[in-house]
Design a protein around this ligand. Structure first.
Ligand code: N01
Length: 487
């Protein structure tokens, strides 16, 4: 399910292993997932380009050290084409639900028919469903409304009075991109982010030539980038407070240098630990906020009127456009309600904390089911594709271990999943993500269901091999169901 980075990666790895009896069900008419959907101005990855690719398909042609949306989308498209993935994609097939049957396996219902399969891989992504807060009066607004992840590319912002709600990773890229041409920009901030200096620069022609002629040079840069982030950032976020506070001092200097006005600076200063929410690299967000046509609004929003946004101090901000840069349904992704395992268990339980998981990939009551970018497989410092590839190693090894038979069934032992999940939650309590801020890493109960609380190299080690002893393995129907209930 899904033709974004993880779904395309899964397809390539399956093809490389000699398996071509699969389809990818994709709701849209184009691949790319979040990199297809996020076309807002200024959209750029905050992970270095040399690290942000599949390990088996490095891209010597990146134009920037941090690639923009169109480059990444084109990389993904070209890679899918090069590895022969496209014939396997069923475009415009929206998955409505998926249910396990002990006799039949998985039945995946789409709006264009039902697909039966022995194994189901969920690759629907965690940043897929835009979240728009319910603000009283929103439906009466007379102007244009859009979400950052559903950008209306035909709308011209020139000369318009615009509100941008939210100051997260999307917002810090949109603000400087639209500020020069709008009449007025009101940026509604609830919590200030940690904004870091951005080391982006164009990659020179000679560098690209070098990477093309001598691929080990790019591999070396990739390895150095990976290890530098792993050693410094994971250590700062999960182990060593002293390292984190040293980084915080550096980042505060960025704010002090870029925002001379002390009143504005005070509004922008975070009062929680660096890394607790995703850090935001940008050289032009703060300068854009200092322009005469921009206002940083920190008064809470009371309601939306036909003419604009009313804040709790009674001020009505007159507007032509409201942009919600308010993030995604991560722990409450609606697809979770529609994937149903044994005994009526729903995948959403893995995010509410009611169902343990193993390696963020498999779940008790969900035989022959693998979730990519599942619970606690997120990272705040490195490439998500690294984590996806770790999961793919595990899935491919599992499929290999289960053999070619049409009726093999594997379900993780509840005791294994419980021990893993409890240990992971204990570790998270000692990280920066449990230091008191609110973020999309947490579910509605405050439980962190997004982040991997350790070095990613540890995740890589743990996912290298599928261990059959962690699973009940049998043949489809009664045998496995009976074994699982005994276990
Ligand atoms: O969303 P967010 P995003 N009233 O959830 C505010 C990836 N990404 O789309 O902090 C007022 O981070 C909310 O305020 P608060 C990346 O993983 C990567 O920006 O909750 N405000 C916050 O300021 C990232 O983390 C890249 O108090 C409300 C903002 O909206 C993830 O996507 C680029 C509100 C939401 O920020 C999501 O980023 C873009 C309300 N009711 C995205 N509700 C790069 O690689 C929410 N907010 C650079």
């Amino acid at each position: 399910m899904g033709a974004g980075f993880s779904g395309i990666g899964a397809a390539i790895r399956l093809l490389q292993s000699g398996e071509d009896d699969f389809v990818i069900l994709e709701r849209a008419g184009r691949l790319g997932g979040t990199w297809r959907d996020n076309v807002y101005p200024g959209c750029r990855c905050d992970v270095p380009s040399h690290l942000y690719s599949y390990s088996f398909a490095l891209n010597p042609d990146w134009q920037h050290t941090y690639a923009d949306q169109s480059e990444i989308w084109e990389y993904l498209r070209a890679t899918a084409e090069r590895f022969g993935v496209l014939p396997h994609v069923r475009w415009s097939h929206r998955v409505l639900d998926a249910a396990w049957d002990d006799a039949l396996g998985w039945a995946v219902t789409t709006d264009r028919g039902v697909f039966g399969c022995q194994y189901l891989i969920s690759a629907t992504g965690s940043l897929a469903e835009p979240s728009t807060p319910l603000i009283p009066g929103a439906s009466c607004f007379a102007g244009t409304v859009m979400h950052s992840a559903r950008w209306n590319t035909s709308h011209s912002f020139d000369g318009q009075r615009v509100a941008l709600i939210g100051t997260g990773a999307s917002s810090v890229q949109i603000v400087p991109s639209i500020q020069p041409t709008v009449e007025h920009l009101s940026v509604f901030q609830r919590t200030p982010g940690w904004v870091l200096p951005h080391p982006v620069r164009p990659i020179r022609d000679w560098e690209r030539r070098l990477f093309r002629l001598f691929p080990p040079a790019q591999r070396l840069i990739r390895a150095l980038t990976y290890w530098q982030r792993e050693v410094v950032l994971v250590s700062a976020f999960t182990k060593y407070d002293g390292l984190r506070t040293a980084l915080e001092r550096q980042v505060r200097r960025h704010l002090a240098t870029q925002v001379p006005d002390s009143e504005l600076r005070a509004k922008l200063a975070p009062d929680y630990q660096l890394g607790c929410k995703r850090a935001l690299p940008s050289n032009d967000f703060y300068p854009a906020l200092t322009k005469p046509n921009v206002e940083l609004v920190t008064e809470p929003i009371a309601r939306i009127e036909p003419e604009g946004i009313l804040t709790t101090d009674g001020e009505l901000h007159l507007l032509d456009v409201i942009v919600f840069a308010t993030g995604f349904h991560v722990s409450d992704n609606p697809i979770g309600e529609h994937v149903v395992g044994r005994d009526g268990h729903r995948l959403s339980e893995a995010f509410s904390g009611d169902l343990p998981n193993y390696l963020g990939t498999t779940f008790p009551h969900f035989p022959n089911f693998f979730m990519l970018t599942g619970p606690n497989t997120g990272t705040g410092h490195t490439s998500q594709i690294f984590m996806i590839e770790c999961q793919l190693n595990y899935v491919l090894d599992a499929l290999d271990a289960l053999g070619d038979g049409p009726d093999a069934v594997a379900e993780v032992l509840p005791s294994v999943a419980e021990a893993f999940t409890e240990d992971l939650q204990r570790k998270i309590e000692k990280t920066v993500w449990a230091s008191g801020c609110a973020s999309w890493y947490q579910n509605q109960h405050g439980r962190n269901v997004a982040m991997w609380p350790d070095y990613t190299i540890v995740y890589r080690r743990r996912t290298r091999r599928f261990d059959p002893d962690d699973y009940v393995i049998g043949r489809r129907h009664e045998e496995t169901a009976a074994a699982v209930s005994m276990a």
